[in-house]
Design a protein around this ligand. Structure first.
Ligand code: SAM
Length: 295
């Protein structure tokens, strides 16, 4: 009798074990269920990333933290005679990415499960590395970017979007403001693995420079996040988010109702003909891979 060999999991650094669990466990189900909305919410940032990446037809592209592959597939359309590798921790999101690429007839995009911090990249195999909000979760950003840098040929390009601080990102800040109900709520720590892990521009400069990138530049990009078609739709989505449930925990019925009314009113303030638009700010980070010998 042949017994199927145990499937080895990807190599994951201990510092990213929690993220691996989160992006493969129950929490990712919300992303899978609402993937179109998650991706479309940030759609106004897409042209910034693609323009900065300046893809040519023959480019070999690495998309780090590709999720369900929105940016990978856009890159594959541009690099028609090249290829794109989407790398991500999350098996459920990668399965979606593969299905979508196949449905779109994109034969030059492949998707690989791995931890960018320790993934055994083939040296200098890529002309461009890009990321759409997929690089802020590393337990050790210095180690992660040093590893990513090995994958890019000298002179190759980097273009990525990362969130600025929560004070400039109403799409999450609104939850902390309206659901506080008088409590001092600690904001997610800037620099900790999570949406604001690379919010500090000096950290980004240092980490990328230490990794061997040159000409590091951060451009301040402001675009709204579209969280719903109308107030009801946005309210249903925002109240289904994990952070909302966490923030409401511990409130009694009265405080909870008042907090949720406040949230609904804020969403109503932001509703318009294009849907409910919340303020958002990203760093568009660009750089070039330096010559290894010059380091
Ligand atoms: C906010 S989502 C962005 C996904 C996608 N780029 C998008 O725009 O929809 C962050 C992604 O980064 C991935 N990620 C987090 N840590 C990672 C790591 N160490 N290596 C590879 N991917 C990682 C997650 O699994 C998740 O899919």
């Amino acid at each position: 009798m042949t017994v199927p060999a145990p499937q080895p999991g990807p190599l994951v650094d201990e510092a990213n074990a929690e993220q691996f669990r989160a992006w493969n466990g129950d929490e990712v189900q919300h992303w899978v269920t609402h993937i179109d909305r998650y991706e479309a919410a940030s759609a106004r940032f897409d042209p910034w990333l693609l323009t900065a990446a300046g893809l040519t037809a023959t480019d070999r592209v690495l998309d780090v933290g590709c999720g369900a592959g929105r940016s990978s597939n856009a890159a594959a359309r541009a690099a028609v005679d090249g290829h794109v590798v989407g790398l991500d921790l999350s098996a459920p999101l990668l399965a979606l990415a593969r299905r979508r690429a196949e449905a779109a007839g994109l034969t030059n995009a492949t998707f690989v499960q791995g931890d960018a911090q320790v993934h055994p990249f083939q040296p200098a195999a890529f002309d461009v590395v890009l990321s759409r909000f997929g690089v802020m979760f590393f337990g050790d950003p210095s180690a992660a970017f040093a590893n990513i840098a090995t994958a890019v040929r000298p002179g190759g390009r980097l273009a990525m979007l990362v969130w600025q601080g929560m004070d400039r990102n109403e799409w999450l800040g609104v939850l902390f403001e309206t659901l506080a109900a008088g409590r001092p709520l600690p904001a997610p720590a800037a620099g900790a693995p999570g949406p604001f892990g690379l919010a500090d521009p000096d950290t980004v400069q240092r980490v990328l420079t230490d990794a061997g990138f040159v000409d590091v530049d951060l451009a301040d990009v402001r675009e709204p996040e579209r969280v719903g078609a109308d107030v009801d739709d946005a309210y249903a989505f925002m109240t289904s988010l994990g952070p909302t449930k966490g923030l409401l925990g511990g409130l009694d019925e009265r405080a909870r109702t008042a907090a949720l009314d406040l949230l609904r009113n804020r969403l109503a303030d932001r509703a318009g003909p294009d849907g409910v638009l919340l303020g958002a700010a990203a760093w568009l980070v660009t750089a070039r891979r330096g010559d290894l010998g010059a380091r």
